[in-house]
Design a binder for this molecule. Structure first.
Ligand SMILES: Nc1ncnc2c1ncn2[C@@H]1O[C@H](COP(=O)(O)OP(=O)(O)O)[C@@H](O)[C@H]1O
Ligand SMILES: [Mg+2]
Length: 255
């Protein structure tokens, strides 16, 4: 659970980011506390994916600071950045997989690259992660040997999720994890996010426009508006916000 007295694991202060004349952030602040699930809400094109990319140093802010574990991301060298990207795993919006690799190779990728695990251990871990995203071997006996081109869009997305959790990162950044999935699989992914938090104390930042998922998984919610996060609140308090912009957003997006 989030504890405001704690030091945040991710802290952004006074962040400004623009692409040419397109201002995405201006004086934006946000904190992510260890062990919490924070959801970022906001309309299309407002900067949700950019926020996650700033957190893992894929994009640089023009102004302000982005600290992860107390360290300024902009000042990290190659080694620190590599370490950062092992600790913080990002599930990209498109859920890109390596097309030339099987599901097993995709899910096991980070384990092969960054650990000393044996092939058998990697296979076990891959099976376990696939089970968590609803692609267990009992119902999908050939899944490990299948290539991404032969999977449906929803399955590719779930394999990408399995790949991101395989290395047991401390922080997972989920970019629209349920978009394009049918309701049972949306619920399965929501449950998986909760499970990872409760069982493994994973810290999560979830970008979504699915309000049901947001309310289910979040300890706190933040809504992006006017290049900042004017509303950040614990989930039960977020529900009570009476501002029209927030109310409209919640009403329009409820499944
Ligand atoms: N690499 C980039 N180069 C130029 N513009 C970008 C880049 N990434 C994002 N943008 C722009 O920044 C804005 C926010 O993008 P994004 O964070 O992807 O929105 P969303 O909230 O839908 O995830 C959009 O106007 C987008 O076009
Ligand atoms: Mg996006």
């Amino acid at each position: 659970m989030s504890d405001q007295a704690q030091t945040p694991i991710i802290s952004m202060r006074g962040v400004s980011k623009a692409f040419g004349a397109n201002v995405v952030y201006q004086g934006m602040d946000i904190d992510v506390y260890r062990g919490e699930t924070l959801t970022i809400l906001g309309g299309s094109g407002t900067g949700k994916s950019v926020a996650l990319k700033l957190m893992i140093g894929l994009l640089r802010a023009e102004e302000g600071s982005v600290h992860v574990n107390g360290e300024e991301v902009a000042e990290m060298g190659a080694d620190s950045l590599r370490k950062l990207r092992q600790d913080l795993s990002m599930v990209f919006q498109g859920g890109a997989l390596f097309d030339s690799m099987s599901v097993l190779e995709n899910v096991g990728y980070a384990l092969t690259e960054h650990t000393q695990m044996s092939d058998a251990e990697i296979r076990d871990r891959a099976e376990e992660c696939l089970e968590m995203v609803g692609l267990g071997l009992s119902e999908n006996p050939d899944i490990l040997e299948t290539f991404p081109a032969n999977l449906s869009g929803g399955m590719r997305k779930r394999v990408a999720l399995a790949r991101s959790i395989a290395i047991k990162p401390a922080v997972i950044l989920y970019d629209e994890p349920t978009t394009g999935l049918d309701p049972p699989n949306c619920d399965r992914i929501s449950m998986m996010i909760r499970h990872l938090q409760e069982q493994l104390s994973v810290t999560s930042v979830v970008v979504t426009h699915d309000i049901d998922t947001a309310f289910y998984v979040s300890d706190r919610m933040a809504m992006l508006h006017d290049h900042r996060f004017p509303w950040v609140a614990r989930t039960e308090d977020f529900r009570q916000i009476e501002d029209e912009v927030v109310r409209d957003f919640i009403v329009r997006r409820t499944r």
